[in-house]
Design a protein around this ligand. Structure first.
Ligand SMILES: Cc1cc2nc3c(=O)[nH]c(=O)nc-3n(C[C@H](O)[C@H](O)[C@H](O)COP(=O)(O)O)c2cc1C
Length: 408
């Protein structure tokens, strides 16, 4: 790439960031050149702890990452409407605040699977995080360790589960894709359990053949030579991700087999000695079946709108899942969580814990470990603010009555 191309590419990327970063539009005259050089500097944002909210990290990440890598993080399916709705649906939930409640002490902790969680937040599985920062999942794990939040490692993480666990300094959850080779599943479960993982989270919401147009468009715009990093230009994660190293994957055709049935879950239950979570449930019927087939918990998730364009936000799916589970197991949720009030609303509708996907990547791309830690800090701070305002000093106090769906 010629220098001029690099400059114009950087310029294009920053202009795109400007378009979605309104604060930059009101920069004093003369500082546009500075903004084009580095939007974070131009805003006076030199450190992660200066970023005001989680969404602002997205603009910083967009400006920093090459188009294809940002596209990978951002993409949804078809028109990305489910991605948008996952977050927007929270705007239709209103909070019913109560007065005359002693909120001088706030407690955001709870027990999950017999372990103490200081915060209801957890880091959900995000694959290939080295695309966002050289330290990838290891930096995320360090941030999670510093803020003591649970981390679910992706099967397609760019670092080995043992390295991520060492950086987290506490047991991980291991996300699992069901391949069409049972011996691979067995080997993955064994490896994760040996690495000390206390839960296996089976992802069930992705079928082969996704229409990730935003990613495809970004790849078309990206003029770099992908083969520099993606050897043989392969994005075949099963043959690339460190979790599979040393495992014979020669017979694997699909990492998400189309022929999966409930029997698979029962079979998996028999080989998983730690907790078993099903990730990607959006209906009460499937939640009930998951428990019947041995799951210890479910995650209400649509893969952050990256699997199917259903137009059903996860927060709208949560109530029927919570009702079907009936308190027999924890119900987690992810998708579109960007504000402490979103966390509050999910808890009010019965979520045990609330997972973050893209915000990890944004924080990581913008400021590495510090960026991820700042994302957690912002959400924790915002959660505490709304807990105080709403008269709910503990997570147990955030009940169904704390929210109401807007009538409009
Ligand atoms: C770049 C990226 C990679 C992901 N990789 C995985 C994965 O390997 N396994 C998985 O179960 N979910 C994966 N997810 C989905 C997340 O775990 C989570 O369900 C979703 O991102 C939550 O929505 P949010 O991004 O709006 O927070 C990924 C999400 C993103 C954005």
């Amino acid at each position: 790439m010629l220098d001029a191309d690099i400059v114009s590419d950087a310029r294009r990327r920053v202009l795109r960031a400007l378009a979605c970063f309104p604060a930059l539009a009101v920069l004093p005259a003369g500082s546009l050149a500075q903004a084009l050089a580095n939007p974070a500097d131009a805003l006076g944002i030199l450190r992660a702890d200066q970023v005001l909210n989680v969404a602002d990290f997205e603009a910083l990440a967009r400006a920093k990452l090459p188009p294809a890598h940002f596209g990978y993080l951002a993409t949804g399916i078809d028109d990305d409407r489910t991605v948008v709705l996952n977050h927007e649906a929270y705007s239709r939930l209103q909070i019913r605040s109560h007065r005359f409640v002693d909120v001088s002490k706030l407690d955001t902790s709870r027990e999950v699977f017999g372990r103490h969680w200081q915060s209801p937040l957890y880091m959900s599985a995000v694959s290939g995080m080295r695309a966002f920062h050289p330290e990838g999942e290891v930096a995320v794990a360090r941030a999670a360790a510093s803020r003591n939040v649970q981390l679910m490692a992706s099967s397609f993480a760019s670092f080995a589960v043992e390295d991520i666990a060492a950086a987290r300094q506490a047991p991980l959850w291991q996300q699992l894709y069901a391949t069409d080779d049972w011996s691979v599943t067995q080997a993955l479960v064994k490896r994760a359990q040996q690495a000390g993982c206390t839960a296996i989270a089976l992802t069930v919401d992705v079928m082969p053949g996704r229409n990730t147009e935003t990613l495809s468009r970004a790849m078309q715009r990206d003029t770099r030579d992908c083969t520099q990093c993606h050897i043989n230009n392969t994005h075949d994660q099963v043959r690339k991700a460190p979790l599979y190293a040393g495992i014979d994957v020669s017979r694997v055709k699909e990492h998400a087999p189309t022929a999966i049935s409930w029997d698979y879950l029962r079979r998996l239950r028999d080989i998983v000695s730690v907790k078993l979570i099903v990730k990607g449930i959006v209906t009460g019927e499937d939640a009930a079946m998951s428990l019947e087939h041995g799951a210890d918990g479910v995650v209400v998730s649509n893969h952050g709108g990256r699997a199917e364009e259903t137009l059903r936000s996860t927060i709208e799916c949560l109530p029927e899942v919570v009702a079907a589970v009936g308190g027999k197991a924890p119900v987690f949720i992810d998708g579109g969580i960007r504000r402490g009030t979103d966390v509050f609303k999910a808890l009010a509708l019965g979520a045990t814990g609330v997972g973050l996907g893209r915000p990890q990547g944004w924080g990581l791309a913008a400021f590495g470990e510090q960026g991820v830690a700042a994302v957690i800090d912002i959400l924790d701070r915002e959660l505490k603010i709304i807990m105080r305002q709403a008269g709910t000093p503990s997570l147990a106090a955030i009940t169904n009555g704390a929210v109401v769906w807007a009538k409009y």
